[in-house]
Design a binder for this molecule. Sequence first.
Ligand code: FES
Length: 317
Amino acid sequence: MTQIEVKVLRRTQEAEDIVSFELARADGAPLPAFSAGSHIDVHLPGGVARQYSLCNESSARHVYRIAVLRDPKSRGGSVVMHELREGHYLTISEPRNHFPLVHAVRTLLFAGGIGVTPLLAMAQRLAAVGADFELHYCTRSMAKAAFMREIAASPFAARTHFHFDDGAEEQKLQLAKLLAQVEPQTHLYVCGPSGFIQYVTDWAKGCGWPAGQIHVEHFAGAAQDTSGDREFQVKVASTGQLVTVPADKTVVKALADAGFEVLTSCEQGVCGTCITRVLEGECDHRDMYFTDEEKSKHDQFTPCCSRAKSPVLVLDL
Ligand code: FES
């Protein structure tokens, strides 16, 4: 994938522990176009890549804006990002969109914490085309809510509802009310921590909303219980070579040790970069990328985190 060298034009403290960065091409040329819901890979020192949603107006051609929550408990990417200053250079990928807006009569956007970023771009887009929508933005407290001033000054201020965990009862997110009525022309978009996504999607499904009207984007892979992991084998279809995957190694790592490179990025089942076709065998899917229906086919998986339920998986490599 094409890599682009960008410069940090502006660094803004948006809320407690949240900083936004405006990035422009180092050579001043326009950036590739993107649609609301897109993300970019940011390549950090040490060959690590992290995905960040673009949170500016998707008609912008010279600037991408991302926002990063500093999480000292994470694998270190957010801490490195927070050290970036204006004038620093970075390498990024072209935007990709796994969370696109579909045409709907009405759209409900549910943001949990830093999950607001793709939904902010969606709100900007929906407001620009005069669509009917609401943005529900949940954070622990007002201090942790990014872009509040920007939203208050935006054309969709009246369509935005803030919900603070430490706020009064009457401002809390009322899913029972919002989702009680299944509307066939309404689509739901949910982004935030896994627990938040689970909470909103469980409510929606419980109220009878069809899966096709619920769209989610995860930021990080779900925590996995790896205590029952066991050894299995993968067979490289092109050569017939069998590669053993020990209980404490990923398929990607075991393949790399055997001389087979699989391209990765997030390494936690979120981005889809490593998707590999499976010709035989039953996968133990651990990603957040595929839908349940896609997972049930067992014809592709994410070897950065997923494993096997059968003794052997035959891979289209
Ligand atoms: Fe991102 Fe595997 S590298 S899903």
